[in-house]
Design a protein around this ligand. Structure first.
Ligand SMILES: CC(C)(COP(=O)(O)OP(=O)(O)OC[C@H]1O[C@@H](n2cnc3c(N)ncnc32)[C@H](O)[C@@H]1OP(=O)(O)O)[C@@H](O)C(=O)NCCC(=O)NCCS
Length: 364
């Protein structure tokens, strides 16, 4: 669906074969506006990704339909819309984003974009819209989620926009950074203590692709991320992970030239993988690293395995990506066990994201 409103076009995105292809201009423009918007909102470039790194993550697959639009004002790219539709089950959820360059805020373009996304979500049988967005701090009234943990400034433009359009704030995600230029001594000490507590477990590590002997264990842990991590009232479908999905996941990162290091805890008696941590860096190894999934399976909690895999991962990471200045991570603000680990390691908060949800009524 393409809509044109007084000089504004929401143009459906073509996913090109490669980033230099003749039809790749819109995709490259989408990456440029994405990075400019994040730089404006966050005040730094740690969330930036090149078009080449984004492209593999936009390729169609059997688990999720990713739809995107480039927003143009009189032919000039000024933003992007995104709608992700899980398709592995009879899902009713959709994940969306509306992101515009600041110079065009306040002209009704965001409202038009959201109308388009809601219509497409409805047409695809979705009734729950969800979105995450960073809210830079500012003085004034606060909005709190029902979890009771954290808040965002109610006067932030994105908070105003989402509230006015019927979204409710459900959860706060804390974004934290660990300075990798500081000494790693604390991490060494914490790792030694975690090893003592984690009797009966050992650390195994790999850099993607996943070695054959760990594929089943890794697939099982990945499938448990959506069920075992705190998600407040945000709604997620169960995910089924098997060898084919792990291979697709690994291939995406390889194609994007992103290096993924997985550090896992293995139960020595059974060989089962019970906890894991992922660290990722893009093609430019001098930029920030990102800690992605970390999970201890419920039945293995209480053995310091979270601390074990994080510390073991971070220590190796200093050799894998020695020039990366810091690691960025996101955690639910109510996830005290995980925040305790990160704070002990030296992660400090740098910003907060709101997790927003809108339940569509039957009529409109
Ligand atoms: C949040 C965001 C998408 C809003 O987009 P936008 O185009 O500025 O939104 P709108 O113009 O439709 O509405 C914003 C304000 O402008 C007002 N407005 C809308 N049309 C207007 C017009 N023609 N003239 C003057 N004001 C107008 C709205 O009433 C609204 O006012 P309010 O802040 O008092 O509620 C934009 O700020 C953005 O891209 N932020 C960064 C990314 C982000 O956080 N996205 C969040 C959700 S996924």
């Amino acid at each position: 669906m393409s809509i044109t409103l007084t000089g504004i076009e929401f143009r459906p995105m073509t996913i090109p074969e490669n980033i230099d292809a003749a039809d790749a201009a819109d995709f490259r423009a989408m990456a440029d506006v994405r990075n400019a918007i994040y730089r404006h909102v966050s005040g730094h470039d740690d969330h930036a990704m090149t078009a080449a790194a984004l492209l593999p993550h936009y390729r169609p697959d059997e688990y999720e339909r990713r739809m995107s639009w480039l927003v143009l004002e009189r032919g000039r790219p000024v933003g992007r819309l995104g709608l992700d539709l899980p398709i592995e089950s009879a899902s009713v959820v959709a994940f969306l984003l509306v992101e515009l360059l600041p110079e065009v805020w306040g002209h009704g373009i965001g409202t038009g974009g959201l109308d388009l996304l809601e219509a497409v979500a409805r047409a695809n049988g979705r009734s729950i819209l969800q979105s995450w967005t960073e809210h830079p701090d500012r003085p004034g009234p606060r909005l709190e989620p029902p979890t009771g943990f954290g808040s965002v400034p109610a006067d932030d433009p994105a908070a105003r926009f989402l509230t006015r359009h019927g979204f409710t704030l459900e959860q706060i995600e804390r974004c934290s950074a660990l300075d990798l230029r500081a000494s790693g001594d604390d991490v060494q000490r914490l790792l030694a203590a975690a090893r003592d507590a984690a009797e009966g477990y050992r650390v195994v590590q790999w850099v993607g692709p996943t070695p054959p002997e760990y594929v089943d264990g890794y697939a099982w842990m990945k499938s448990r991320m959506v069920t075992d991590a705190p998600s407040a009232a945000m709604q997620f479908d169960e995910e089924r992970w098997d060898a084919a999905r792990v291979a697709l996941h690994d291939d995406r990162y390889l194609q994007a030239d992103q290096l993924v290091q997985v550090t896992a805890a293995q139960h020595i008696g059974t060989g089962e993988l019970c906890a894991f941590n992922e660290l990722v860096i893009g093609v430019d190894r001098t930029l920030a690293s990102h800690q992605e999934d970390t999970l201890v399976l419920r039945e293995h909690r209480g053995h310091r395995l979270g601390m074990l895999v994080k510390c073991a991962g971070l220590l190796t990471w200093r050799e894998v990506a020695p020039e990366s200045p810091r690691v960025i991570t996101f955690n639910a603000e109510e996830n005290r066990p995980m925040l305790d680990i990160n704070e002990a390691i030296g992660f400090a908060p740098i910003s907060y994201e709101g997790a927003w949800k809108k339940v569509l009524s039957d009529g409109g």
